[in-house]
Design a protein around this ligand. Sequence first.
Ligand code: ADP
Ligand code: MG
Length: 260
Amino acid sequence: MQIYGIALEKGGVGKTSIAVNLAAAFSKVNLRVLLIDLDAQAHATSWLGVSPETVRPEESMLGIVQGRPLRSCVRPSSAGFDLLPAHPAMASLPVQVAGALNSGLFLLQDAIAQASTPAPPYDVVVLDLAPARGPVLATALSAMTRCIAPVQPEDLVLQSLRALTESVRAAQRVNPRLRGLSVLRNRYAPRSAGDQIYDATLRETYVGSLLQTILPVRAALRDAAGMRQTVFAYGGSDAPEVRALFLNLVDELITLDGGS
Ligand SMILES: Nc1ncnc2c1ncn2[C@@H]1O[C@H](COP(=O)(O)OP(=O)(O)O)[C@@H](O)[C@H]1O
Ligand SMILES: [Mg+2]
């Protein structure tokens, strides 16, 4: 089972857009996929057509903290994969996780492992993280097999990337299955002289971690969310190009990690 966490402390870089559409792309190649929404803003949950008001707090990650089995909280989504939804009460999740046994470090790892027996395991789990460091990121990193950071060539983004790199290194000490950090260039168009400098830094510093798939600015990625559809269901004119890019990304990740 591969567990991909989409993370970066900076907001608005494309974590949720990538989490939702990457989960959809993995399910398009017939893998069993679970998306876990770890952000109290519940954007991924809404995107998948589940209104956060219809979710009870204990059906979200808050239920996992209380010891509920993952399978009892997960629901099928209209996009063809399973969803552990988020709830606005997850604003208190960092405190709840930190207060759990062993600082909550293995909450997600244990919950995902328990969900694999006796039911068939998921092939892929995708975690959509909130733009924050702290206990929730730590428990997510303890469960991940690879962390994916969406980036643009900007100073604040690169600062967040450095911090995440440190967090990933620290997590590798408790999670030997965590292969490392992959950098996914999203909304990528280094145009200005400033952009070019940050782009050069990114290429030099993260040369071994850069994913080859690059996601440009595309209307389908912006508009599919409003239609509560993944790019695989959305009919916008540039949707086929975006679908192909996400399927490329899936191929790239399967080559790196294997499919299940
Ligand atoms: N490649 C892209 N092309 C166009 N719009 C994008 C792209 N990636 C993200 N967006 C838009 O940028 C905004 C922030 O993306 P989002 O996925 O919510 O980021 P995060 O989860 O990191 O906060 C959203 O409105 C989203 O639709
Ligand atoms: Mg988000």
